[in-house]
Design a protein around this ligand. Structure first.
Ligand SMILES: [Zn+2]
Length: 359
């Protein structure tokens, strides 16, 4: 089995899973179909089907194009998730096979979205395990609880994914590792494994290399969200149960701001406000003046000086200026209020109306 990560958009990963004897491949979240097809061409593989982790546009947004470019291709997606372009719905426990030697087990891992599916992949003998976790489990992090509860995320991370063999390689949906570890080290500053992982991850990113995969075993050491069953972690957060600790860590992370040069940053916030009709108009991040954000690349981002305003940074292309705010106090109050997605979803979309709604 060969696994090929394909960097897409600003910080997404699509993947190819290739059965080497038949050159059959599955594409996970091919949001930029041409890139993924080119990557398949490079390894001489043909794509048999698409595996979609969840309905968010930066994962499922390439499905319809894939069905046009590869006629007859099957597109799998969770039955509770209303995935665009989906031809075949899957549920927990469904098994698929790829080529001659690869088995795929669908695992329902809800919370980030209701119907989120993680795909556990092995050889027919159960060897070489890997899991594609979309926006449920990140390296040293987890997705926001957009459509679920702390109970569900605990079940998804610590029970469903946590029961996979420890050497299972974890391939997640975004390159968030450095930023995630920065946060993790604020809640577990003495965790040596986290510090080592941070050093390694920073070197990888400086060399323009991905930080995927980690392993399930490693996540139990470096990811506080997967460590909430430990009494010492619960004690740290004054929590009475693993679920309480899960809720608390998520709450702290949602409100966490890394300080950057001359400003604040707020990373990974609002994935997909429902009433922003066009993908390129949906902010993936908000950046406040002079911010130093490792997740932002020069393209598609901009910051405003002197804290006079804020800008939405799109994940696809270009930037959108939102209304200016007259001073730091106003910006601060927006900043604080903005931990609630309602703030942005309540703003009118600045797209020209000719773009029309997406769905
Ligand atoms: Zn998502």
């Amino acid at each position: 089995m060969k696994i090929v990560p394909v960097a897409c958009l600003q910080d997404n990963y699509a993947y190819l899973i290739v059965d080497e004897s038949t050159k059959s491949a599955a594409a996970v979240d091919p949001v930029e179909p041409e890139k993924v097809l080119a990557a398949a061409g490079e390894v001489g593989a043909h794509i048999d089907f698409v595996l979609t982790t969840h309905h968010h546009w930066d994962h499922a947004g390439g499905n319809e194009k894939m069905t046009q470019l590869v006629p007859g291709i099957k597109v799998y997606g969770g039955s509770l998730d209303n995935v665009k372009g989906c031809t075949d719905q899957v549920e927990n426990g469904i098994k698929l096979s790829l080529g001659k030697d690869i088995e795929i087990l669908c695992l329902h891992t809800p919370c980030h979205t209701k119907g989120h599916i993680s795909y556990y992949v092995t050889s027919k003998e159960g060897e070489d395990p890997a899991v594609f976790t979309g926006d449920t489990l990140f390296i040293a992090g987890c997705g926001r609880f957009f459509e679920g509860t702390a109970e569900q995320m605990h079940q998804s991370l610590c029970v469903t994914l946590g029961s996979l063999p420890k050497p299972t390689r974890v391939y997640c949906g975004h390159e968030y590792t450095v930023q995630n570890l920065k946060f993790m080290l604020t809640v577990e500053p003495d965790n040596e494994k986290m510090k080592q992982k941070m050093e390694w991850a920073q070197k990888q990113r400086e060399a323009n290399q991905p930080t995927v995969p980690s392993t399930i075993g490693e996540e139990f050491e470096i990811n506080t969200f997967m460590r909430v069953d430990l009494p010492e972690i619960q004690a740290k957060f004054g929590a009475k149960s693993p679920v309480d600790a899960m809720r608390e860590v998520r709450k702290i992370k949602d409100n966490w701001k890394a300080s950057g040069v001359g400003g604040f940053t707020l990373n990974g916030w609002v994935d997909e406000p429902a009433n922003w009709p066009k993908p390129s108009c949906r902010p993936g991040m908000i950046s406040l003046g002079g911010a130093n954000t490792p997740n932002l690349t020069a393209a598609g981002s901009f910051t405003l000086p002197f804290f006079l305003g804020f800008a939405a940074v799109t994940r696809v292309a270009g930037s959108l200026a939102l209304p200016f705010f007259p001073g730091l106090a106003a910006v601060k109050s927006v900043f604080v209020a903005s931990s609630s997605p309602a703030l942005i979803t309540g703003l009118p979309c600045p797209c020209p109306s000719s773009f029309g709604p997406l769905s």
